[in-house]
Each structure stands twice: as C-alpha cells, then as structure tokens.
Design a binder for this molecule. Structure first.
Ligand code: ADP
Ligand code: MG
Length: 324
C-alpha cells in the first residue's frame, strides 16, 4: 500500500512541466506542494479573497458518490464564493480525510478537481491528507484564495433602495435532482455545477451587492437584505427555472424548488437601474442569461414575493444545517 506521501505526490503534486512555459501561473507561486508551506506571489494592487468550504460524506454528498464529480463539485462551490466576491480565483489548498487510500477514488477525484482548476487557472498549492478510522466518512475541505483589485470586491452589504435584483442562469434544477433523481440534465446541475467565475469578475463596478445561491434564492437574498438593511419585492414569475422545473405540475413543489432549493450556485446580485443595458450586453457576451427579478425597497429587511396576480406568496426558508 502506498504511503501518504507517495499518494500526495502521485495524485496532487504536479510537475512544473505540466505548467506550460509562459503560463502566468508560474509567476503566481514561488513554492508549491512539497515543503512546510507554500509561497504565493500576489499581484500588486490586489486584495486577497479567502474562503473555505467543507464537504462531508452523508451530509453534502451521498456515500458512494462518483469521485470525479466530487472533485469537480468540491472546487466548484469554492470558485462560486470567489465569483460572489468579484474575485479571480488563483490558488487552492485541499485537505482530505479518508477511511482508506482508495487509489481509484483518488485518481477520479484528482481528475475532476484539476479539470476544473485548469479551466480557471487555479493552482493547487498544498493541503493535508489524513486517515479516519474505518468505516469513517470522507471529509473534503478546500480553501480557495483569489485576487480582486483593491476596493472593487462585491459585498452582501451594498444593496440600496431602487436597485434591481438580478439572478444568473436558472434556479431549482439542483433541488429537483435531489428530489427526483434520474434526469440527466438536472443531475448535472446538482453534481457538476458551473461556477459563475467570469460573471463575478465582470460585475465589479456594476453590481452593488452579490451572493451565490447555495442555500436557496429566498434565504440567500435574505442575507443581502439583512447585511444591507433593505427590503425587496420579487416577482415569482420572473425567476428563471429550467424546463424540468417549469413543467412540474405541482405548483407548491415548483415554488419550493425555485425559491428555496439550494445547490444551484448561480449569482444573485443587485445593481442600479442605470446599469441595465450594460448587464444585457454582458449577458449576451457571456452567453449566460441574466434575469431581472425584482427591486430593492424600503429599510426593513423584509422579502415579498408576488405571484402572477400580484399577491404576496408564502416563502419557506432555505437550507440551514442547524435548523431545529
Ligand atoms: P506537514 O507534515 O507539514 O503537514 P505533509 O506531509 O502533510 O506536511 O504534506 C507534505 C506536502 O504535501 C505539503 O506541501 C502539503 O501542503 C502537501 N499536501 C498534503 N496533502 C495534500 C493534498 N491532499 N493536496 C495537496 N497537497 C497536499
Ligand atoms: Mg500534514
């Protein structure tokens, strides 16, 4: 059985030759995996954005989940946090607790992880690997570091009365996949979400506040409202949803998927109406739908969702790990 060190070298330490000459990454890391700490070379004029996410087998993913998809998702949820800050992702660390040194699992995980990391120029610079006593659960913890020009990061606290409320892509697909497994299109939304990294970076200077939709639209918008000290009115019919969700005949189920379904990793942001045409142009350029779904109103952190007749709807809460 290979040692911990051999496994790290084999699956996570990539030879410098795998980074193409002239690749900008070569200048961003002075020292990567293999020593007691990595050394980073942040660019001048940038702030570092740092975020950590932990995925626990049985809680965030089911036992026996496909390792490649896990490698993708574990990194994708972290990239999504960078996007929500308007930061460009640069570096990541990876901590793994595993009940066994399953090489097929490690190979698949590394493949999914690096395929996504390479798309966004993220370099794995270190981590930790430890064994949990069998039959323990797999724990995956990634810390991501990104760069954002000083004073241009996007916060939850910046929404102002009169701002439009926008959401990228579609909502409810991942939640439908959890509820009704077996549809390929929605399963992909749940297992292999696409982090909106480019959108996040391009929203600098356009959006007044931003968050990624991990726990459900209503709950995540609630975070913006609380942090910003404002209220919101949202039109339910304007919320974008995939065909599989839109064709759900049970109206209550559909409302729950769209308003409270988690795991979509779309960006939810606010922007002054003066930026509408720029956002429409950005949407066309990125080939990513951006839907205007409501407006910020008032100074009380209250969310009103109106149905097609303009009547207020009851909105359930999104996911909360510690909810009773
Ligand atoms: P230490 O004893 O100082 O914790 P380790 O032996 O755990 O060092 O790690 C050796 C090197 O391998 C370090 O550079 C560490 O960052 C890296 N490393 C360990 N586990 C991982 C992992 N899962 N992914 C990426 N790098 C890792
Ligand atoms: Mg260690």
């Amino acid at each position: 059985m290979p040692s911990e060190f051999e496994l790290i070298r084999k699956y996570f330490e990539r030879a410098p030759r795998e980074i193409r000459p002239g690749d900008r990454r070569t200048r961003r890391v002075a020292l990567g995996i293999g020593d007691d700490a990595a050394l980073l070379r942040p660019s001048a004029g940038m702030e570092l954005a740092v975020s950590t996410d932990l995925l626990l087998e049985g809680t965030h993913f089911r036992a026996g989940a496909d390792a490649r998809k896990l490698g993708h998702k574990a990194l994708a949820v972290n990239l999504s946090d960078m996007a929500a800050m308007g930061a460009a992702p640069r570096w990541a660390t990876l901590a793994l607790a595993l009940p066994a040194a399953n090489e097929a699992w490690l190979e698949g995980f590394a493949r999914g992880f690096f395929a996504l990391a390479d798309r966004f120029g993220v370099e794995l610079i270190g981590g930790d690997t430890t064994r949990v006593a069998p039959p323990g659960r797999i724990v995956i913890c990634i810390t991501i570091l990104g760069e954002v020009p000083i004073n241009l990061a996007l916060f939850r606290a910046g929404a102002r009365p009169g701002d439009d409320i926008w959401v990228s892509g579609e909502l409810g697909g991942a939640a439908l996949a959890l509820e009704q497994p077996g549809h390929a299109a929605t399963a992909r939304r749940l297992d292999e979400p696409e982090p909106r990294v480019e959108l996040g970076e391009r929203l600098r200077g356009l959006a007044s506040a931003a968050i990624d939709v991990s726990d459900g639209f209503a709950q995540d918008l609630g975070h913006i409202l609380e942090r910003s000290g404002v209220g919101a009115v949202v039109e339910y019919a304007a919320l974008p949803r995939p065909l599989e969700v839109a064709s759900t005949e049970d109206g209550k189920l559909q409302a729950r998927l769209v308003l409270s379904g988690g795991d979509d990793y779309e960006l939810l942001f606010t922007a002054p109406p003066a930026h509408r045409s720029e956002l429409a142009a950005l949407s066309a350029e990125l080939k990513l739908p951006l839907s205007r779904v409501g407006a910020i109103q008032g100074a009380e952190a209250k969310l009103q969702v109106l149905d097609g007749q303009g009547k207020p709807m009851r909105v359930g809460r999104g996911f909360d790990h510690f909810a009773a």
